[in-house]
Design a protein around this ligand. Structure first.
Ligand code: DC
Length: 223
């Protein structure tokens, strides 16, 4: 099955849950490209590499051995939990601004996706990594809703059930700062591909989003 599904959008728009659920439905591989930027940032930090040094961080990315299944690994370290901290949110956004780092990771992502049977999520999958993807979806939601989801996400260090409203306000501010960085960087800024289907998931339960995306995919699976 050589079908490739691209899911892009800002943080907290539901990309992770939707991509994972659809990949499980279709028995496709799920690739979280944000986790690759996060893992490279983590490894660069660990090696004492200055995150502002694009060439040095790109070398870390070039040499990296990734594990991208249910657990995220880089160079033998399981970083599944370590890459989901507020500090790593900022560190990943910094390394994602470097064109050299992006060139290396985009190459890795194309190699992973070329066989198809993949649901790949990120910011530039439908625009840069796989402009010829079979289905392109751009998931969005209001900042308030995205912050609320992030606050409740147990995978994220900030996630805690029953999070206080002021906590959500802080998350919303951090999300907006990161969105601004992702949208205004010169190297592959977050934008909507001309042929992507835009879905505003504000107020939508996850199963409704999954079902809408599945409706787009189904015709592409026919022989
Ligand atoms: O989706 P995420 O929050 O885990 O992504 C981490 C950072 O990496 C975020 O700043 C956006 C960036 N990113 C990117 O620039 N391109 C991608 N394909 C995926 C993530």
């Amino acid at each position: 099955m050589d079908v490739l599904i691209a899911i892009d959008g800002p943080s907290g728009a539901g990309k992770g849950t939707v991509a994972r659920t659809i990949a499980a439905h279709l028995h496709f591989k799920h690739v979280d490209t944000g986790a690759m930027y996060r893992a490279v940032a983590w490894r660069a930090r660990q090696l004492g590499v200055d995150l502002a040094d694009a060439a040095a961080v790109a070398e870390v990315a070039e040499r990296a051995v990734f594990g991208l299944s249910a657990h995220i690994e880089i160079d033998g370290h399981d970083v599944t939990a370590a890459i989901r901290t507020t500090e790593m949110d900022a560190a990943a956004a910094t390394v994602a601004r470097h064109a050299e780092v992006r060139r290396v990771l985009v190459g890795r992502q194309r190699a992973i996706g070329q066989q198809g049977g993949v649901v790949m999520e990120g910011r530039d999958i439908g625009t840069v990594v796989f402009p010829e993807a079979d289905v392109k979806v751009y998931l969005d939601a209001s900042t308030e809703e995205r912050a609320r989801r992030r606050a409740m996400d147990p995978a994220h260090a900030a996630g805690q059930a029953g999070a206080m409203p002021d906590h959500v306000v802080q998350i919303a501010q951090a999300l907006e700062a990161r969105d601004l960085s992702d949208r205004t960087r010169t190297a592959s800024p977050l934008t909507l591909a001309a042929d992507a289907v835009y879905i505003d998931t504000t107020g939508m339960p996850i199963h409704a989003v999954v079902s809408q995306v599945m409706d787009l995919i189904r015709p592409r699976l026919l022989p």
